[in-house]
Design a protein around this ligand. Structure first.
Ligand code: ACO
Length: 331
């Protein structure tokens, strides 16, 4: 799917992020599996990540992010009429995490549903919210992207354990006077789904169901480096723009080698590329909002900036979004 914004100006007026307090270093993981700090840094760029405690679930991590986003956007929480939560690790399948958050945050008039698109979840969710806001179906949306992947990691599997971490971000989306989302490109390839899957998680019967993530790292690497580039190029082409028009590039934070490869192929210079994978690992749907918060904090996302966000992940899925930042937006 590819599309330009239809003239309705929809922007991000509030942003909040949150990660669990517990820091897990590469050295900590080397006590669990046969790995080393050096190997992890060289192959992934990751130095540490956050893991939730036993009693912490997705909504415990998403709630502080959502509260911050709502404070920044201003207005009453009850004015939110859509809550979307992109995650593969909800508190439970139902009630949905979005419904739980809407209840806890005081949004009795909100439609609320969870959205499942792997690590691309946040980009899918902002596209979905854009569509509902632009068509007038709703007026103010809270979009959450977050995951607690530590809960579905096999503590004996070094090939996945070292890559992921926990974290969440939330944005308030609503009509704005200037700037806003310019377009989206989204795609999926279920045929490649077995490269990154959670086979024991649904209604399909498996003789040996597995409740942990399974991944073919090399296949995912090839897929990720390909779609990060093709998705961004397709979107820019559709919008009649080039990579030189992009001021800030926020790729999904999976692996520094994947990010470097994509930036090089696209021709984005290093100073425009946002990277925080060294601190958080791959936080799945939390990754892009966490990186957006960092880029706002370091002054790169400022009024007038065109921000390109591209995600990819389980499904297999991918997605890009371009937004023009303005004074009205989260700062
Ligand atoms: N520590 C030490 N050695 C390891 C580890 C580890 N944690 N993991 C694998 N190895 C070993 C392998 O067993 C292999 O050993 P062998 O040669 O004896 O067989 C060796 O290291 C090299 O393995 P490769 O798989 O070739 O290593 P590679 O350089 O490809 O890096 C990695 C592996 C980091 C997983 C890479 O393939 C990758 O990043 N893939 C993409 C994964 C990803 O980002 N997934 C999520 C993205 S989508 C989403 O966000 C949901």
């Amino acid at each position: 799917m590819i599309g330009k914004a239809n003239g309705a100006r929809i922007g991000i007026t509030g942003l909040g992020v949150h990660v669990p307090a517990k820091v897990v270093t590469n050295h900590d993981l080397a006590k669990l599996v046969d790995t080393s700090h050096e190997w992890i840094v060289e192959r992934t760029g990751i130095h540490e990540r956050r893991f939730a405690e036993q009693g912490e679930a997705l909504t415990d991590i998403a709630r502080p992010a959502a509260i911050r986003a709502l404070e920044q956007a201003g207005g009453e929480p009850s004015s939110i009429d859509l809550v979307l939560c992109a995650t593969v690790t909800p508190d439970m399948m139902f009630p949905t995490s979005s419904a739980l958050l809407a209840d806890e945050l005081g949004m009795p008039d909100a439609a609320a549903f969870d959205l499942l698109a792997g690590c691309t979840g946040f980009v899918y969710a902002i596209a979905q919210a854009y569509g509902m806001l632009a068509s007038g179906l709703c007026r103010r949306a809270l979009v959450v992207g977050g995951d607690v992947l530590s809960k579905i990691l096999d503590l004996d599997d070094r090939s996945t354990l070292v890559l992921f971490g926990d974290g969440a971000g939330a944005v308030v989306m609503e009509p704005v006077e200037r700037g806003g989302f310019l377009g989206f490109e989204l795609g999926a390839d279920g045929g490649g789904g077995e490269s990154l899957w959670l086979p024991g998680s649904g209604s399909r019967h498996f003789d040996e169901p597995d409740k942990f993530v399974k991944m073919n790292g090399r296949e995912v690497y090839k897929f990720a480096t390909r779609v990060l580039v093709s998705s961004a190029e397709k979107l820019l082409d559709e919008l009649g723009l080039t990579v030189d028009d992009v001021d800030v590039y926020i790729p999904h934070q999976a692996n520094i080698r994947i990010i470097d490869h994509a930036a090089r192929k696209l021709g984005v210079p290093p100073e425009k590329v946002v990277i925080n994978v060294q601190r958080y690992g791959n936080t799945s749907s939390g990754s892009i909002p966490l990186a957006l918060a960092d880029a706002i904090a370091d002054g790169r996302v400022r009024p007038g900036a065109k921000v390109l966000m591209t995600g990819m992940g389980a499904g297999l899925t991918w997605g890009s979004s371009l937004i023009e930042w303005t004074e009205e937006m989260a700062a």
